[in-house]
Design a protein around this ligand. Structure first.
Ligand code: ATP
Length: 291
């Protein structure tokens, strides 16, 4: 009993869970700093189906008095591609963090396949959601271990297939020890584009119905960028995909674009309609938030 409530142990457990979702060490420390480690967790197991996602009047504040997300509602049908855009600080990453269960809304609810995610275990929530971030968290260990992270039953064949789908198999095979190559501390032995493809391979292996993507503002160089884009397109093909988008190409591929400003949805539509109707949307091009 005492052990189970030992704060250090709780912290350890949570840390492992955070890492499972590729959340960087930096963010883990942010959580610790902000005393947000006590994320309440439900007891049901989420039985995710096809990955419908909806926010219903969600409100959330990092600090008690200032809400970061205000009465926000949107939905993504199974397999739908939704792009979230907005100025820096608008609340885009916070929406992602809420879906990952890193924080709890103070009002409203987030549903996956009609289940309120606050009623389910973090483990089952995170099994339903893959997250590919722009600065991917890799731990010191082999490529094989990094791809299979969080999936103890992964087979060699599954890992190789995932690397291939992520357009990473060729570069991995050319490394001195192939799949056994140590990626170095936080992936230091790999390039940014390679790290990202390892994280895409991890998401392929996991094959969760919901995919969260955090797009970088700056493109990688030509070929790397193309490979990365091809891998991401393939990964998102049959998944409900929520992308924090900075590329016009991503926006044009999305079925729905949501414009967030100061924690609220100020417009929703396609590139064409938003360009006619939303000043906030138009301003994102001027500010190079969309390139
Ligand atoms: P960017 O495009 O710059 O990444 P964003 O739209 O993703 O911005 P968020 O990171 O969601 O914006 O931040 C929304 C607001 O919440 C900002 O005002 C930010 O300063 C604040 N914020 C973000 N993280 C925390 C935190 N851990 N504690 C307190 N405030 C935070």
């Amino acid at each position: 009993f005492l052990l189970a409530y030992d704060p250090a142990k709780r912290l350890g457990n949570l840390n492992v869970q955070l890492q499972r979702e590729l959340v960087g060490v930096k963010r883990a420390f942010e959580l610790i700093d902000h005393g947000k480690l006590e994320v309440s967790e439900g007891t049901d197991k989420l039985e995710a189906g096809r990955g419908a996602l909806s926010f219903e009047n969600v409100t959330f504040a990092y600090k008690h008095d200032v809400p970061t997300i205000k009465n926000l509602s949107f939905s993504a049908a199974p397999g739908e591609k939704v792009a979230i855009v907005g100025r820096s600080g608008a609340g885009k990453s916070t929406i992602i963090n809420l879906i990952l269960g890193m924080y709890r809304p103070s009002g409203g609810s987030i549903l996956i396949d009609d289940t309120d995610i606050s009623t389910v275990t973090l483990q089952s929530l995170r099994d339903a959601v893959s997250y590919v971030a722009q600065d991917t968290f890799l731990f010191s260990g082999s490529i094989r271990e990094n791809v299979a992270f969080g999936q103890p039953n992964a087979t060699e064949e599954g890992i190789v297939k995932a690397l291939e789908a992520a357009q990473a198999l060729d570069f991995v095979r050319n490394l001195p020890d192939g799949l056994d190559t140590d990626v170095g501390n936080n992936g230091a032995n790999l390039s940014g584009g390679q790290r990202q493809r390892i994280s895409i391979a991890r998401a392929f292996l996991k094959d969760a119905p919901i995919l969260l993507l955090d797009e970088a503002t700056s493109a990688l160089d030509g070929d790397t960028e193309k490979q990365l884009q091809a891998a991401l397109d393939k990964l998102s093909a049959n998944k409900t995909t929520i992308t924090v988008a900075h590329r016009l190409s991503t926006i044009l591929n999305a079925q729905k674009v949501i414009v967030v400003d100061a924690g609220e949805i100020v417009a929703e539509g396609t590139h064409e309609t938003l360009q006619r109707e939303s000043n906030v949307y138009k301003s994102l091009f001027v500010a190079h938030e969309i390139v």
